[in-house]
Write a protein that binds this ligand. Structure first.
Ligand SMILES: *Cc1c(COP(=O)(O)O)cnc(C)c1O
Length: 347
C-alpha cells in the first residue's frame, strides 16, 4: 500500500489559500512595527504573538529530538484533534474508527464535524485487537484514534498491535500519548520518520503540570504539520502561554521529580485502595490515575461529593461498569480520599 497524503486531504483544504497575518508576511529583525494596527503602548502584551511559535517549537524539538517542522502546537490537544477532522474528513460521508472506551473528545469532535464515529471495543482486559480495528475501517475511513496509555482504562496498548494498524491502514493513525511520561513503555516519536501516516499527540497538561495554559502538541510529517498549520487560527497560541511554556520547558528536572513523586504515590494509593471494603478491583495503570471497580460507583461518587472530594464516575462507559477513575493527587489529597472511602465503607 502506497500512502499519499494528497489522496486523503479534503479537496477544499488542499486548495485553500490561508489567511496571511502581518506577522506572517514579515519575520526578520525590525525595530518599528506599524504593520498590524497594534497599540504602541503596554509592551509586551500589545504585540500579536508569533503565529509560528518558532522559539517554543525549537525548544520542544530539542527536548523531543524532533525537527521543529514536524511539530504543530495547539490550544490544548483538543485543537489538533478538531483540525484533523476538518482537514481529512468529509462531513456526512467519511468516518473515523476509535477504540472504546477512550477519551471523550474524539467523539465530540466527530459529532461537531458531522463525521461518523465507529467504536471498536477493547478486549475484556483492555488490550487492543488490531485485526478488529482494521476490519472496521473501510475505504471511507480517514482517521484511526488510539490512546496509549488509554484514558480511562489506564493501560498502555501493545506497541506491536499499534504498529500493525499503522502498517496496514491507508489513512492517518492518531496516537494520543497524553500520559506517556508516566508510562514505562517508550513513546513512538522516534518512529515518526518511518510512518508518514502517524500523528502523535502529547500535551503539557499532565506531567508538566500546565493544564491551565492550554498547550497541546502534535508530531507528524512536515506535510501533515503544514496542513494543520494552514487551517489553524493565525494566533492560536497566545503570548502568555508561549512564554510560560518556554520557561517551564527549561526545567525538565522539575517535571521528572513530579512524575517520580506521583508514581510512588500511585503505588501507595493502589495498595491501600485494594484493602477497602467497597473496592472490588484495581486495574493496572501506566498513567497518573487509577481505574477502580467498586461495589456501587454512583453511591460512592455521591458520598465522596458530600465530603467535597471529586473523582470521575466512569460507570456508564463501556467495559467500565461500577468503575471510578481516580487521579493520583498529593500525599495529603490521597490520604483524605482513603479516609473518606474507609468511612463510607460497604455501600
Ligand atoms: C488529558 C488528556 C489530554 C489533554 O488534553 P489537553 O487539551 O491537551 O489538555 C489529551 N488526551 C487524553 C487522552 C487525555 O486524557
Amino acid at each position: 500500500m502506497k500512502f499519499s497524503l494528497n489522496d486523503i486531504v479534503r479537496k477544499n483544504i488542499l486548495g485553500l489559500q490561508p489567511y496571511s497575518s502581518a506577522r506572517d508576511e514579515y519575520t526578520g529583525e525590525a525595530s518599528v512595527f506599524l504593520d498590524a494596527n497594534e497599540n504602541p503602548f503596554n509592551a509586551p502584551y500589545n504585540r500579536y504573538p508569533d503565529p509560528r511559535q518558532q522559539v517554543l517549537k525549537n525548544r520542544i524539538g530539542e527536548l523531543k529530538k524532533i525537527p521543529s517542522g514536524q511539530i504543530f502546537l495547539g490550544n490544548g490537544s483538543d485543537e489538533p484533534i478538531d483540525l484533523l477532522y476538518r482537514a481529512f474528513c468529509e462531513p456526512g460521508i467519511e468516518n473515523v474508527v476509535a477504540i472504546a472506551p477512550t477519551y471523550g473528545m474524539y467523539r465530540v469532535a466527530a459529532d461537531i464535524n458531522n463525521v461518523a464515529y465507529r467504536e471498536v471495543l477493547l478486549q475484556e482486559d483492555f488490550s487492543l485487537d488490531s485485526a478488529k480495528i482494521l476490519t472496521t475501517a473501510d475505504s471511507n475511513t480517514k482517521l484511526i484514534f488510539l490512546c496509549s496509555p488509554n484514558n480511562p482504562t489506564g493501560n498502555a496498548l501493545d506497541q506491536k498491535e499499534i504498529l500493525k494498524i499503522i502498517n496496514n491502514f491507508n489513512g492517518l493513525v492518531i496516537l494520543d500519548e497524553a500520559y506517556i511520561d508516566f508510562c514505562p513503555e517508550k513513546t513512538l516519536l522516534a518512529t515518526l520518520d518511518q510512518y508518514p501516516n502517524l500523528v502523535i499527540l502529547q500535551t503539557l497538561s499532565k506531567a508538566w503540570g500546565l493544564a491551565g495554559i492550554r498547550l497541546g502538541m502534535a508530531f507528524a510529517s512536515e506535510e501533515i504539520v503544514s496542513i494543520l498549520s494552514k487551517i489553524k487560527y493565525p494566533y492560536n497560541i497566545n503570548l502568555l502561554t508561549q512564554d510560560k511554556a518556554l520557561e517551564m520547558l527549561q526545567h525538565t528536572d522539575r517535571k521528572d521529580n513530579w512524575v517520580k513523586t506521583i508514581l510512588s504515590q500511585k503505588i501507595i494509593l493502589e495498595t491501600k485502595l485494594a484493602k477497602l471494603l467497597n473496592v472490588v478491583a484495581i486495574y493496572p495503570s501506566d498513567a497518573n490515575f487509577i481505574l477502580v471497580k467498586t461495589l456501587s460507583a454512583k453511591k460512592i461518587y455521591d458520598a465522596l461529593v458530600d465530603r467535597q472530594i471529586i473523582v470521575r464516575d466512569r460507570s456508564r462507559v463501556s467495559l467500565c461498569g461500577e468503575c471510578l477513575r481516580i487521579t493520583v493527587g498529593s500525599e495529603n489529597e490521597n490520604q483524605t480520599l482513603l479516609k473518606a472511602l474507609e468511612e463510607i465503607g460497604k455501600i
